[in-house]
Design a protein around this ligand. Structure first.
Ligand code: BG6
Length: 473
C-alpha cells in the first residue's frame, strides 16, 4: 500500500471564498471583501489601483461566498459522508480581531470556529487551519499600510496567541500564511499591499515579506509553547519551472524563477536568508531592518512540515522572446507545447506534481503536505446531476503521480486536501463558475441562486478513493 494508514485525505477551502456573512456577529472588513468580480480585479489584486475607486455598483463575491457561515453543519456532514479525514479551512482574522489591532478578541468569532472544529471532530475529521488566507483587516491596510509596517507582526502574534490558546486540543495542524510567495505576484491579495505613487515596489514587497516571515516564525514558537502537539507548516504556491529548451540560458532562467518562490520556504525551513536572496536584495538596493532577536526567532522556529498548492507546472526561457504566454495560478508562464490546458489556460501536468514533490523533498527533507490541487471547470447541471468526468480524470492522474512519488521515490507525504472540495468563489477571477468541488453549489457569478448543494459524480468517486486509501482510482 502506497499511503500510510493515517494519510490525511480531504479537501480545502478558505474563509474569504466560502463564508460570506461579511458583516455578521462583529466581523470587520477584510481585504478580499473589496475585490469585485470585475475587470479591475486583477489590477487591484496587484495593488496597482486605490481601493477608493470601487463602489457599490460592483458585486463583491467574497462578502457572500457560498454562505458557509450559515451552512457549515450541512456542508461538513456532506464532506464527512465522502469519508474526509481532514478539512483545511482558514480563520478570517477579522472575525477574531475585527480591526486587526484590537486589544480584545471578538467572542462570537471565536465561538464560530470552535463550533466548526467540534463539528469536524464529531466525524473524526482533523482540521487543518490556515491563519491568513488572502486575508488582511482593512483597518490595518488603511492605518498602517498593511504588512509594509513592522507593527503588523505584533498584531499577528496576538492573533496567533489567541487562537492557539482557544483551540488547544481541537486543532493540531496549522499553516501560518497561505501561498506566502503570492506576495510577490499579487501583493494586495497576498499581503494587503497597495502601492503609492513613485514608491519602490521591490522594497515594499520584500519588506512586507520579511515581516510575514518573522510573524510566521513567532507564530511557530507560540504554537509549540502552547501545545507541543501543534504542527506548523509553511505554504507555497508551487509548480516546478521547466526550461523552455535545454539551452543553458533557459535552464538558468527556470532556476531563477523557482528561486523567487523558494526564497520564502528556504527561510521558513532553514531559518535564514539564503545566499542568492541576500545578493539579490543587495543588487536591488533593498534594505531590510532586523534585530538580533528577530534573526534568532527565524533561526530557532522553523516549520514542522512544508505544505503547498499545485495546479500546473511553469515554463521559462532566457533566450526566447516571442514564446506564447499562458495563465497559471497568478503566475503567467510560457506555454508548454506538450501540455493541455484548463478552460482558464492553466497547464495540466500530473507528472509535474511528481517532479515538484521530489524537488521539494530533496531540497527540504521535511514532511510534505499537498493542501491544494484540482481542476477549475465549468459544470453543467443536467436533470439534477453533474457528470464531471473531466475533474475525475484530472484528480486521478494527479493522485497517481503523487502515489508514484511516495511509493517509488520515497517522498514523505502526510496528506492531500484537494482545493475547493465544495464549489466556492475563485480567488483570481471572483467567478463562481470556475468550480473545483465534489459538491455543486447553486449560485452564479452575479450571486443569484438557491445555494442548494448537489453531489457531483466526483463525489462518489472520491469517496471510493478515500475508502480504499488511494488504491481504487
Ligand atoms: C490558490 C489559492 O492560489 O489557488 C486559492 O490558495 C485559490 O485561494 C486557488 O482559489 C485556485 O485559484 P482560482 O483563481 O482558480 O480560485
Amino acid at each position: 500500500m502506497a499511503f500510510p494508514k493515517n494519510f490525511l485525505w480531504g479537501g480545502a477551502m478558505a474563509a474569504n471564498q466560502c463564508e460570506g456573512a461579511f458583516d455578521a456577529d462583529g466581523r470587520g472588513l477584510s481585504s478580499c471583501d473589496l475585490l469585485p468580480a470585475a475587470k479591475e480585479r486583477f489590477m487591484l489584486s496587484k495593488g496597482e489601483l486605490p481601493l477608493s475607486k470601487m463602489d457599490d455598483s460592483y458585486y463583491y463575491p467574497a462578502r457572500y461566498g457560498i454562505d458557509f457561515y450559515y451552512h457549515y453543519k450541512e456542508d461538513i456532514a456532506l464532506l464527512a459522508e465522502m469519508g474526509f479525514k481532514c478539512l483545511r479551512i482558514s480563520i478570517a482574522w477579522t472575525r477574531i480581531f475585527p480591526n486587526g489591532d484590537d486589544e480584545q478578541p471578538n467572542e462570537k468569532g471565536l465561538a464560530f470556529y470552535e463550533d466548526i472544529f467540534k463539528e469536524c471532530r464529531k466525524y473524526g475529521i482533523e482540521p487543518l487551519v490556515t491563519m491568513a488566507h488572502f486575508d488582511v483587516p482593512v483597518h490595518c491596510i488603511e492605518k498602517y499600510g498593511s504588512w509594509r509596517d513592522h507593527r503588523m507582526i505584533d498584531f499577528y502574534k496576538r492573533y496567533a496567541q489567541t487562537i492557539f490558546t482557544r483551540y488547544k486540543g481541537l486543532v493540531h495542524y496549522w499553516i501560518t500564511f497561505n501561498e506566502i510567495n503570492m506576495l510577490l505576484h499579487l501583493p494586495y491579495v497576498g499581503g494587503g499591499i497597495i502601492f503609492e505613487d513613485g514608491e519602490n515596489k521591490d522594497q515594499v514587497k520584500y519588506t512586507a515579506a520579511h515581516h510575514q516571515l518573522i510573524a510566521s516564525a513567532w507564530a511557530t514558537k507560540i504554537a509549540h509553547e502552547i501545545d507541543p502537539e501543534n504542527k506548523v507548516g509553511c505554504m507555497l504556491a508551487a509548480g516546478v519551472t521547466y526550461p523552455y529548451t535545454c539551452h543553458p540560458k533557459d535552464v538558468w532562467k527556470a532556476m531563477q524563477e523557482d528561486d523567487k518562490n523558494y526564497f520564502f520556504i528556504d527561510v521558513q525551513v532553514r531559518g535564514e536568508y539564503p545566499g542568492y536572496a541576500k545578493k539579490k536584495l543587495e543588487r536591488l538596493g533593498i534594505q531590510l531592518e532586523t534585530t538580533e532577536e528577530e534573526k534568532k526567532i527565524l533561526k530557532e522556529n522553523t516549520v514542522d512540515y512544508v505544505s503547498f498548492s499545485y495546479y500546473a507546472s511553469r515554463c521559462a526561457s532566457g533566450t526566447e522572446e516571442n514564446a506564447e504566454i499562458t495563465d497559471g495560478n497568478a503566475f503567467a508562464s510560457l506555454k508548454n507545447p506538450y501540455l493541455e490546458a484548463s478552460q482558464w489556460g492553466w497547464q495540466i501536468d500530473p507528472l509535474g506534481l511528481r517532479i515538484t514533490l521530489n524537488d521539494l523533498y530533496d531540497r527540504y527533507q521535511k514532511p510534505l503536505f499537498i493542501v491544494e490541487n484540482g481542476l477549475g471547470a465549468k459544470d453543467v447541471l443536467e436533470d439534477g446531476k453533474i457528470h464531471d468526468e473531466y475533474r475525475i480524470a484530472y484528480l486521478r492522474e494527479h493522485i497517481q503521480a503523487m502515489k508514484a512519488a511516495v511509493e517509488e521515490d520515497g517522498v514523505d507525504l502526510i496528506g492531500y486536501t484537494s482545493w475547493g472540495c465544495i464549489d466556492l468563489i475563485s480567488a483570481s477571477t471572483g467567478e463562481m463558475s470556475k468550480r473545483y468541488g465534489y459538491i455543486y453549489v447553486d449560485r452564479d457569478d452575479a450571486g443569484n441562486g438557491s445555494l442548494k448543494r448537489i453531489k457531483k459524480d466526483s463525489f462518489d468517486w472520491y469517496q471510493k478513493v478515500i475508502a480504499s486509501n488511494g488504491e481504487q482510482l
